[in-house]
Write a protein that binds this ligand. Structure first.
Ligand SMILES: [Zn+2]
Ligand SMILES: [Zn+2]
Length: 296
């Protein structure tokens, strides 16, 4: 017997609650034991982030459905079937690895445009308004921001035939999305762990926390990648000093604290009154280390 809409929604809410409990059980003790910055569990804006957690766990799936169906239709009509069939015939593991790389490059540009294009920055500024960065900040994102970045990661997968809306090929897109989501909680975690040379290969808290730094213009607009820091290296935006971590997080321009106001405001304010994230004044990956707190 098929379930009603209400039952499906209740089931989805139940699943999201179970995930939240799991995340709390994993990350709260780790952030107590290995904290990078001393922080209360009920820190500023924690309830706002819980609200974003529920919103972004339940809504993007619905919002992504339409654009992905349109994308699949366009790909079906614009890309030669022989090409997508040949890629679709590759072993699943090759498509998953290629999907992670291609998806991260797409997400990198989606994220970078969200900093550089004023209209997109209106939405993305909410993620950067966090003054305390921990695992829950991963979910602090306007749904428009979240859907846009995810679509930028998914479009190349569909165009290159690495993913398709149906069957086993859809598994590649689901795995890329799921891994990105789970990894997002980890790279935001308030932990002081460093991972040596591995940090150049895969994103870590040490890598992504610099993306949230508010320690001065030298550090802004760095480390856009969600999974692969060498994508930033390739495009010239990597900043990954060995022994220092950011002191301060957030942005100078205030963002309203009320959850509902945050959701509505990006649609209302004039494009003339907003700007993109100010450009970094430091062009490469070696910064003025003395300005930052040494890792202890
Ligand atoms: Zn950002
Ligand atoms: Zn972040």
């Amino acid at each position: 017997m098929s379930r009603s809409l209400d039952e499906n929604l209740l089931l989805a809410i139940f699943r999201v609650c179970v995930w939240l409990v799991l995340l709390i059980v994993i990350f709260v003790p780790l952030e107590r034991l290995f904290a990078l910055h001393p922080q209360k569990i009920f820190r500023k804006a924690v309830l706002t982030d819980v609200a974003y957690y529920f919103l972004n766990s339940l809504i993007p799936g619905f919002l992504l459905g339409g654009p992905i169906a349109l994308l699949a239709w366009l790909v079906h009509h614009a890309i030669p079937v022989a090409f997508t069939s040949a890629v679709g015939a590759l072993p699943l593991w090759i498509r998953v690895v290629a999907g992670l790389v291609v998806g991260d490059i797409g997400a990198y540009w989606g994220h970078r445009w969200s900093h550089e294009i004023p209209f997109l920055w209106r939405f993305h500024a909410i993620h950067h308004s966090a003054e305390h960065v921990d695992f829950l900040v991963s979910t602090r994102a306007h749904p428009v921001d979240m859907v846009f970045t995810r679509l930028c990661g998914l479009i190349p997968l569909y165009v290159l035939g690495l993913a398709a809306p149906r069957g086993i090929s859809n598994l590649v897109a689901v795995l890329v999305l799921l891994l990105g989501m789970i990894w997002g909680f980890f790279i935001h975690a308030n932990v002081r762990w460093r991972f040596g040379p591995l940090e150049w290969l895969i994103a870590t808290p040490g890598f992504h926390h610099w993306h949230h730094s508010n320690d001065g213009p030298a550090y802004v607009n760095k480390n856009y990648a969600a999974l692969l820091p060498w994508v930033d290296r390739f495009f010239g935006t990597l900043y990954l000093p060995k022994h220092t971590q950011p002191e301060h997080y957030g942005i100078d321009k205030p963002v309203p604290t009320h959850f509902l106001v945050q959701l509505v405001r990006p649609f209302l304010i004039s494009p003339l009154t907003t700007a993109s994230q100010p450009a970094s004044t430091y062009p490469n990956s070696v910064g003025p280390l003395s300005a930052n707190r040494p890792l202890t």
